[in-house]
Design a protein around this ligand. Structure first.
Ligand SMILES: [Zn+2]
Length: 687
């Protein structure tokens, strides 16, 4: 039993069941996790020990109702461990990860429980279930089978060992990568080396150095290979240092080297897949996605690769021409790419990324851009609340309302970077929507934007604007959730489908009516001039060869690691050199372009090694983009930013969570299967 003074002991009595962060301390988590697991175990035992033929209500609905305490503490904890961790939270995570894996296994490998689910599944046509309940039964049966419910006792116990060890390894990868990324910040003492960097980027670097207790400037790294400073630093040596610091992360043969973790994770995943009856981890993962097979995913990537690489090579030739015209006397290296790309962009389209930033002030982008588009489409209203406890002073809370004034949920915005936050951008939930419990959603958007010195406005890059719209697309998917069962709430859809709504939301960034509303100069209030807007539209395909190639390279690398079979891995020397395996995989896939390294290299590929969900799943972004580009066509065909369109998209798709086969939602409003052409045109691959 959890002591009553532990804030997780009872549902929060705050509005929307907001976690009482003002009362939660680090020492509350472990006892709450353990009490939560014990509580759910007891609830599951009660399900199993019932007499008579299982019913849908006494088995599946009862399972859906179980584990509420565990859910409360998990959502609060994992949001915090991603957004604002510390050594104590990392210890807790390391300790609890294998216990959680074992707890889940204890449920899904319980033969008596599986027998009840199977009994219902075998009688599914005579149970008179409504569609959502029927799909719940279908999904539970699949979940049990995929989790190993049909294994012998001996195999099941091996599976438990694999799962527990994998959970620990992935936690270690996450913690070591964060530490190495922080340690890899590039320190510059001579301000001359920062020539070209904007004043506020220099101020941020000075601030980062100060917070580390060092003199000079610290250029902190973001998660992907390409670092923002490379676009503006004119000192080639400084660029090279930053690039090399970025790509060597996790591979520096120090305490935070991740190569050993990669080797072990890959091996265990292959063995687990074998145990469950699959040739490799990718087959296991992708079966449960809309792509269905690793071949389908790889085939799509392979189809796009030649055109993408050809475009990247043409872009490279343009960059080399600039270098040569300037009498540079060197070959373009990866650390030169962004810098010369900006020069070409400026020459060709007269667009200077740095000059855009004054028009992209964070507050305007959020309120007059992101929220405005949601109001035009869905009729949403937003009101900031200052009365609810947050886990960090930088977090802001907005209450979200439907057009008729009814409450929809809460939106937490946590936009600034800090050393305690993992890299990248993501959405997660603090409370999920479910009619079974009568809960409304609380969603969080996490970004990593540099914080300006006190009193200065936060000016965004176009890329950061894109990230803000993107993550809010996920937030809408969570907020609009209108489902009965927690199993289907919000973004609980296949991995290669979940990026689709978030990508669709990016279309509003340059949509004239939206852009005109938010892109105003933070000092003069002047609108972003129409000629610049026109040129931004014209430049939409600029540098897409690079962007597509670096993305495809990472996706193909992910599949290369996860299509290895147990036999492959037994071959001598295959895993001795992680970098060599990587180079070989990129060459074989036809995406080895020296000047265009993969968006993530193996030792800092957090998507695929810090947790299970994106492993063999990085292909999902472009897979979802097919649906996205086709949906954008649908919006355009139907008049764009209109309430009717928003309502249709919301009703047919955004509100449905995982309550049916995902592609059926797409077909419902598009009236046909997805087509790939809009994506090819968008990325300049249609030749
Ligand atoms: Zn996303």
């Amino acid at each position: 039993m959890l002591p009553a003074d532990n804030p997780f002991a009872t549902p929060s009595d705050l509005p929307y069941e907001v976690p009482p962060f003002d009362r939660i301390t680090e020492e509350h988590y472990l006892p709450a996790f353990r009490a939560g697991m014990a509580e759910q175990r007891a609830e599951v035992d009660a399900v199993i020990s019932q007499e008579g033929e299982p019913t849908f209500a006494d088995t599946l609905v009862a399972l859906e109702r179980s584990g509420r305490l565990l859910q409360r503490v998990s959502l609060a904890f994992f949001n915090l461990s991603g957004a604002d961790t510390n050594p104590r939270l990392q210890e807790i995570e390391t300790e609890i990860a294998p216990e959680l894996a074992a707890h889940s296994d204890a449920i899904f490998l319980d033969k008596r429980l599986y027998a009840r689910v199977k009994s219902l599944y075998d009688r599914r046509d005579s149970l008179g279930l409504d569609p959502e309940s029927s799909w719940l039964l279908e999904r539970y049966h699949t979940d049990f089978v995929r989790a190993g419910a049909q294994l012998s006792d001996e195999d099941a116990s091996r599976l438990r060992e694999y799962n527990a060890e994998l959970a620990s390894l992935c936690t270690s990868f996450s913690n070591q990568l964060l530490a190495d990324t922080n340690d890899s910040a590039v320190v510059v003492t001579d301000a001359a080396e920062l020539a070209g960097l904007s004043e506020d980027a220099i101020a941020a670097a000075r601030e980062a150095a100060r917070s580390r207790g060092i003199d000079g400037y610290a250029l902190t790294l973001i998660l992907p290979t390409a670092q923002p400073a490379l676009a503006s630093l004119s000192d080639r040596g400084a660029r090279e240092r930053i690039f090399k610091a970025s790509v060597v992360r996790g591979a520096r043969s120090n305490d935070n080297d991740t190569a050993d973790l990669v080797r072990r994770i890959v091996k265990l995943r292959a063995e687990r897949a074998r145990l469950l009856g699959y040739p490799h981890h990718a087959a296991y993962q992708i079966e449960d996605n809309t792509a269905r097979t690793a071949d389908a995913a790889a085939g799509m990537l392979a189809k796009l690769a030649p055109a993408a690489v050809a475009n990247a090579e043409a872009e490279l030739a343009d960059l080399q021409a600039v270098v040569d015209a300037e009498g540079g006397g060197f070959t373009v290296e990866p650390w030169d790419w962004a810098y010369y790309t900006e020069k070409v962009r400026k020459q060709r389209y007269d667009i200077d990324e740095a000059q855009l930033r004054p028009y992209f002030e964070l507050e305007r982008v959020l309120i007059d851009g992101v929220f405005y588009a949601a109001t035009q489409l869905y009729g949403l209203g937003f009101a900031e609340r200052h009365d609810l406890p947050v886990y960090h002073p930088e977090v802001r809370v907005f209450e979200v309302f439907n057009e008729d004034g009814t409450a929809l949920g809460l939106f937490y915005a946590d936009f600034y970077t800090r050393d305690s936050k993992r890299g990248g951008a993501w959405m997660n939930s603090l409370v999920t929507q479910s009619h079974l419990f009568g809960t409304k959603p609380i969603v969080v958007n996490n970004l990593n934007i540099n914080k300006p010195p006190a009193g200065e406005p936060t000016l965004l890059t176009l890329d950061e604007v894109r990230t803000m719209f993107h993550e809010f697309g996920h937030a809408l998917h969570g907020l609009f959730s209108n489902v009965r069962y927690p199993r289907f709430t919000g973004t609980r859809v296949p991995r290669d489908f979940v990026e689709f709504p978030s990508q669709v939301n990016e279309v509003w960034i340059l949509w004239p009516q939206v852009l005109a509303n938010y892109a105003t100069h933070h000092e003069t209030g002047e609108r972003l001039p129409q000629e610049i807007v026109d040129r931004l539209q014209e430049a939409a395909k600029f540098n897409e060869g690079f962007a597509t190639t670096e993305y495809l390279a990472a996706s193909l690398l992910d599949l290369a690691w996860h299509t290895l079979t147990v036999e492959d891995l037994a071959a001598d020397g295959l895993l001795d050199d992680v970098q060599a395996f990587e180079a070989d995989a990129l060459t074989k896939a036809g995406v080895a372009v020296a000047a265009v390294p993969p968006r993530y290299r193996t030792t800092y590929f957090a998507h695929i090694f810090t947790g299970a969900s994106y492993s063999a799943g990085y292909y999902s972004y472009i897979w979802s983009e097919v649906l996205d580009a086709d949906t954008v066509e649908w919006f355009k065909e139907n008049g764009g930013l209109r309430r009717e369109n928003g309502d249709t998209f919301r009703t047919a798709l955004l509100s449905r969570g995982g309550t049916a086969d995902a592609l059926s939602f797409f077909r419902a409003f598009r009236g046909r299967d997805p087509q790939i052409e809009p994506l090819l045109v968008r990325r300049g691959l249609d030749r």
